[in-house]
Design a protein around this ligand. Structure first.
Ligand code: NI
Length: 456
């Protein structure tokens, strides 16, 4: 498909994507509680003549899966959207703001879900009008519970969503208001961190606060341990490997003249390199135990492994890059920085090669520092980004189909360097189209923006 076709297919779904996004935004549900969301998604899929499976995951989980073109020959590709919201009281004043007190789509999962629904709708047209742009089934994964461990991805994988039909590659995206609408960010390798939690207990021996020599004061030990833990990152991790050790809570004691027996601390460890991740518990434990022993106290560590490092496959990221450049224009595809947040799409990428992209949802006219980011009660996103996400997915599938078809016979001019897929740095043949202007595709939305519908 050429660029104009891809954009026209996406633009045709802009209204539907907005409608779905607003419905979902009004009806947010917390992780593991996405009952109405799943029902809505399933209804939408049925209206596209798909046969969704609901309740996909571990008992009580609310995953929804539909397969488009189950009989289409070729290896299947999966696209994934997450569906859950966050415990926040929305403070955006959007006309479509949350109708549920204390619950808000503050991470854009409503947009991810709307984009995947609109992509499904667009793919119905692709099947009919551009059948060569699809090879193999497309598995649509609507995943619950991304925001809370153990996360909904594991349950869906255990339920076999990658096996029937056998999925060869998996793609997903996450919004970022720090990128302008119309852009996509991509990165090869580690894209988001492993997130592991710990509880560190310091046991001393309490007593009267005015007779400290008759006690082993766990508060003083804990203070030394918190300080020393900063050196795990600064002195024990390679400076080129980003990592975080944060002690986020510390509890001990009941009264100002009593030294307690015990102090309990909890925190999180973020790493981008699996080897460093594996080494962290031992380093934290030995440091804490060594310090505690020096004071005559004891330290015990409980360590809980969370989401793994999210690693984008090189070939699938190159494919995504070609797709993004073709759909959006070369200048609209940027190199994404790895983040130390975590994302359970990582589990899918442990099973299959794939790519997790960052979709720009920032209103370009709003300065970067004034854009509330995810997990903020003021978070909002540019709806004009919805068809951009759809265009990206259509282009990814089209690019996938190209890679699955036999390569054309080499002609004298197409051999050698020039015949290779051209990365964006080379400014090659696929960098041609002008940047995608989604605002032009949804005039009603751009009018809404200029009218300032409660947004800044
Ligand atoms: Ni999120």
């Amino acid at each position: 498909m050429d660029v104009d076709t891809i954009r026209a297919l996406a633009d045709a779904q802009a209204g539907y994507a907005s409608e779905a996004y607003r419905w979902l935004h009004r009806h947010p549900e917390l992780s593991y509680q996405e009952v109405e969301t799943a029902r809505y998604v399933a209804e939408q899929l049925r209206s596209l003549d798909l046969e969704p499976r609901i309740g996909v995951g571990r008992p009580g989980e609310h995953g929804v899966v539909a397969v488009l073109g189950a009989d289409r020959p070729g290896p299947a590709v999966a696209l994934r959207a997450d569906m859950d919201a966050l415990p926040l009281e929305e403070a955006t004043n959007l006309p479509w703001q949350s109708q549920r007190p204390g619950v808000m789509h503050a991470c854009g999962h409503d947009a991810h879900t709307a984009i995947l629904l609109a992509t499904a709708a667009a793919l119905r047209h692709v099947e009919r009008d551009h059948p060569r742009s699809l090879v193999g089934p497309v598995v649509l994964l609507f995943q619950p519970a991304e925001e809370q461990e153990p996360g909904g991805a594991l349950g869906m994988i255990e339920a076999g969503v990658l096996n029937s039909p056998p999925v060869a590659a998996v793609f997903g995206l996450h919004q970022s208001p720090l990128l302008d609408t119309g852009t996509v960010g991509l990165a090869v390798g580690a894209r988001s961190a492993a997130a592991d939690d710990f509880t560190l207990t310091i046991r001393g021996c309490g007593g009267h606060a005015a007779w400290p020599h008759r006690t082993v004061d766990p508060v003083v030990v804990a203070a030394h341990v918190v300080t020393a833990l900063q050196a795990v990152v600064s002195r024990q991790a390679p400076p080129t490997n980003a990592a975080v050790v944060t002690v986020a809570t510390i509890h001990g004691g009941t009264k100002d003249n009593i030294i307690p027996d015990e102090v309990v601390m909890t925190g999180t460890v973020r790493t981008l390199v699996p080897e460093l991740r594996d080494a962290m518990p031992q380093r934290i434990e030995s440091l804490a135990q060594g310090i505690a022993a020096g004071f005559g106290a004891e330290a015990t560590l409980d360590y809980a492994w969370g989401y793994p490092v999210l690693v984008n496959d090189a070939a699938m990221t190159a494919l995504s890059e070609r797709a993004a450049i073709r759909a959006l224009g070369e200048s609209q595809v940027v190199e994404a920085e790895p983040v130390l947040g975590a994302e359970d799409f990582a589990y899918f990428l442990e099973q299959r090669p794939g790519c997790f992209a960052t979709l720009g949802v920032g209103v370009p006219s709003i300065p970067l520092e004034e854009r509330p980011t995810g997990h903020s009660a003021r978070f909002s996103l540019d709806e004009a980004a919805l068809p951009v996400g759809v265009a990206y997915y259509i282009a990814v599938l089209d690019e996938w189909a190209r890679t699955q078809q036999p390569p054309p016979q080499p002609s004298p001019v197409a051999t050698g360097e020039g015949a290779k897929p051209s990365p964006r740095r080379s400014g090659g043949t696929i960098g041609g189209p002008a940047p995608y202007d989604p605002a032009a595709a949804v005039p009603s939305m751009s009018a809404a923006w200029s009218a300032g519908l409660g947004l800044r």
